[in-house]
Design a protein. Sequence first.
Length: 72
Amino acid sequence: MTRTLDAAIAKLATLPPDEQDRVGRWLLDELRDEDHWARQFAASQDILSKLAAEARADLAAGRTTPLDPEKL
């Protein structure tokens, strides 16, 4: 365990049990979300690459228009 994580856990240990549980649930949820999104992005790389290639081809062929933020 790193010193930073060890220090954070030591600080959390001083909190009341209900606060420790709240922070623990939050951290576990965050780690689950991070894992979920990492798997989602890893699984979509082929699709994203195809879409990027299509966008570059459209740009090269003049089939795109510049985005004007003032018109959004």
